[in-house]
Design a protein around this ligand. Structure first.
Ligand SMILES: *[C@@H]1O[C@H](CO)[C@@H](O)[C@H](O)[C@H]1NC(C)=O
Ligand SMILES: *[C@@H]1O[C@H](CO)[C@@H](O)[C@H](O)[C@H]1NC(C)=O
Length: 442
């Protein structure tokens, strides 16, 4: 046996030497196996030294949140200890860099809910240093100070800096990415009676009810609890447009919160867990319909900046939200959350009228759809830079409801940029799901 292996190795070396000698194949191709996109993109981000310093402005918390999540997911899937050590060290640096920003509960409570991404990161990796522990406690305390509107929904933040309009009481669906997974994880870890899966579902539900877009079953960007903003729907306070990315943030918030809940068998029996599954199933069904609709109308498998209006003049496929939904749907498939019976029970209640509801959602079809969406994403937005790193095009800059008219024109005129940390990190998460989908049976 040993001898056989020896012979085999010898043979490989011999061929290798021949190839080297005669230069038939570029040495680089022999020495390095082709990297999966997830690793390639993650290493590209790291080679640009991104994700450690806090970015400027309002996106900082959520950007670092999804980047740190991408690092953790890569570590979770990989068995390469050397690489994991490197990634975890980078994660540590990224979390440490601005830990001291979170030490004051009052300051925290004025900041966007995205700050809670940092809380999740503190809990996921280490809680050894006093500063980390103090920051986590201050983040926890800040939730008791979070302003709520009269419907019980959290404001997203209190004082947006100029140039944004100052009206208060706005709740953004994006905020659930920071809040829901943190609430579930915190409740599970510390047994907190006021921050747990119940509070997560309460906020998810309030958001869902106020922002549900009845024609499609998707959700719009957010709502104004006071109904005072010039754009607010008189009844619900809803904003007018389904922005692909805020929908995607919310969906990831739900699927991540569910996945965290899975780690405790007791939680699976709770009403809150079941309700979260329903929200996910309804939303996923609507997103699948919207992706199919895009493919049918435009030939593109992607999430449009204004998702419910694919192919309209000025509208464009937005890269980060496409990657985010690939991740959220891929993960939902992996956990068995995309489910026809759930859809029948709950989704029908909300959008039976919509003609699409009669189409069946079958897991294999959904898998194909997600694969096609990933292929479209790679084809249109991923390019290799001359120095061998990967670039990711097509991510929209921030969109806000603190403006007078968050209408179709507002969203489709947002600038798109290369290598936004949101886009590149989402691409890492999407790639990890896709790279592992191949080996699984649904
Ligand atoms: C590759 O090029 C990008 C863009 O110019 C740069 O930011 C990055 O540091 C380079 N990486 C390497 C490994 O040279
Ligand atoms: C926000 O809502 C509160 C009630 O929760 C109300 O008292 C306040 O006037 C509202 N603020 C604005 C700016 O609409």
């Amino acid at each position: 046996m040993n001898q056989l292996i020896g012979m085999h190795n010898f043979f490989v070396l011999f061929i290798f030497a021949l190839v080297r000698l005669f230069g038939g194949i570029d040495a680089k191709e022999i020495d390095s196996r082709p990297l999966p996109y997830s690793t390639w993109m993650l290493d590209s981000i790291i080679s640009r030294r991104e994700g450690i310093e806090a970015a400027n402005g309002l996106l900082s918390g959520i950007q670092k949140g999804i980047f740190q999540q991408a690092l953790r997911a890569a570590v979770e899937w990989s068995s390469d200890e050397q690489q994991n050590k490197k990634w975890l060290e980078y994660h540590r640096k990224s979390v440490k860099y601005n830990a001291a920003e979170f030490l004051d509960p009052i300051d925290n409570s004025l900041a966007p809910l995205d700050r809670l991404c940092a809380g999740r990161s503190f809990m996921c990796v280490f809680l050894v240093l006093d500063c980390d522990r103090a920051a986590l406690i201050a983040l926890r305390q800040s939730i008791d100070l979070q302003l709520r509107n009269s419907d019980g929904g959290y404001w997203y933040f209190v004082d947006p800096p100029p140039p944004y309009e100052q009206y208060g009481n706005l709740s953004y669906s994006d905020g659930m990415y920071g809040f829901a997974p943190f609430a579930v994880l915190y409740g599970l870890t510390y047994g907190d009676p006021h921050l747990n899966i119940d509070s997560a579902v309460q906020q998810l539900d309030i958001m869902y009810e106020h922002t549900l877009h009845r024609d499609t079953g998707l959700i719009v960007h957010g709502y104004d609890g006071s109904r005072q903003a010039p754009w607010a729907d008189g009844k619900t306070g809803a904003s007018p447009i389904v922005w692909g990315r805020s929908l995607a943030w919310y969906t990831i918030g739900v699927v991540d919160a569910l996945a965290i809940a899975e780690t405790d068998p007791g939680l699976r029996k709770t009403k809150a867990y079941k309700r979260m599954r329903e929200i996910y199933a309804s939303l996923a069904a609507a997103e699948i319909e919207a992706l199919r609709n895009s493919a049918k109308k435009t030939g593109r498998h992607g999430v449009w900046q204004v998702f419910e209006r694919p192919g309209e003049k000025g509208n464009f496929v937005e890269a980060s939200s496409t990657a985010m939904l690939i991740y959220a749907l891929g993960k939902g498939l992996r956990y068995g959350y995309v489910d026809i019976s759930q859809r029948k029970k709950t989704a029908l209640k909300y959008f039976l009228q919509a003609s699409q509801a009669s189409q069946k959602v079958v897991a294999e079809d959904v898998e194909d759809l997600v694969r096609s969406t990933y292929e479209d994403l790679v084809e249109h937005f991923v390019t290799e830079h001359v120095n061998g790193t990967l670039d990711f095009e097509g991510t929209s800059v921030i969109s806000s409801l603190h403006v007078a008219s968050p209408n179709f024109n507002y969203y489709v005129n947002r600038e798109v940029i290369r290598n936004s940390l949101i886009g590149t990190s989402a691409f890492v998460l999407a790639s990890l799901e896709m790279e592992h989908l191949g080996n699984r049976k649904l």
